[in-house]
Design a protein around this ligand. Sequence first.
Ligand code: PLP
Length: 358
Amino acid sequence: MINVTKTFLPDQEEYLKYVREIWDRNYVTNNGPVLKQLEAELKKYLGVEHFYFCGNGTIVLQIAIKALEITGEVITTPFSYCATTNAILWENCTPIFVDIDAKTFNINPELIEAAITPATTAILATHVYGNPCDVEAIEIVAKKHNLKVIYDAAHAFGVTYKGKSLLSFGDLSTCSFHATKVFHTIEGGALISNHPELDRKLDLLRAFGHKGDELYELAGINGKNSEFHAAMGLANLPHVPEIIQARKHVFEEYDRLLNWDILYKPLLSEHIEYNYAYYPVVFPSEAVMFKVMDALRAEDIIPRRYFYPSLNTLSFMPKQIACPVSEDIALRVLSLPLYVGLPDSDIERISGIINGHL
Ligand SMILES: *Cc1c(COP(=O)(O)O)cnc(C)c1O
């Protein structure tokens, strides 16, 4: 089977080296030395100062909303993974969907202002496929209306925008280190802050809100991660350049082989160094998309409808808001297999099947 993704695993020995240390120490979780080392190395790699390694890429969205004391309405994108919206709902806020830009598939900043009401307190936008949102335009509208900005940067590890890590924008950014992402710790996530005054709060929020047995400061949650997960991060981090290089090769092969007279894909920002996180292609219609998906599945090739459905259409959203661009693209998009070690012959075969069913 050729799946849409395949988890990168380092040589066992690279991981087991850390596991032996953990065993010797008999200290397996709760802000241990391996986790602290991973945080230090990731801060250096990303060039960020205020970085918190956490349990996953969803709890960090919830902690970000909590830390910034966001209430009421949150302007967000319908074209993302459901974790983005679910986090808003779990924090008892109301997602207000603003449609996306048909070129970048990111939230359309020109439509944000019209969605602001007296209840709006924040914007939570996703850098879809690791392609940056229009961060400048979003900052302008947020400042003007005194809104907080959170970026779901789950796809953005290893991406730089204008020379800076894409994880360093907004009041807070969150990342996911799930096994399907470009850099992973099996399960994991991170909070990246631009507010030194939030340091203590973020540190407390991810660990039940207390330090030791005496200082119970606030109602935190279990957002921690373990030494074993941190160890996977330390074992994987040195491989990131080769991982991105290998993904770039697959990406460029699809670019070369697919029929662009009929297909299209999101336009990447010119100001980035990219991580080649996903390979989405948009078909002329949902019918063509299904025809291609069925043809691929018949050969045991499993692409993913990523992202589908458009989140604004989910029945459990408190406010039903139409987003025609997102709804249209969500019906027609497929993410193609993209991972380290996908052979050229398979990329050619996949491209041939797609081109042959358009
Ligand atoms: C993967 C992902 C998440 C959730 O991350 P987990 O680590 O799986 O909780 C959130 N948002 C987006 C856009 C994602 O792709």
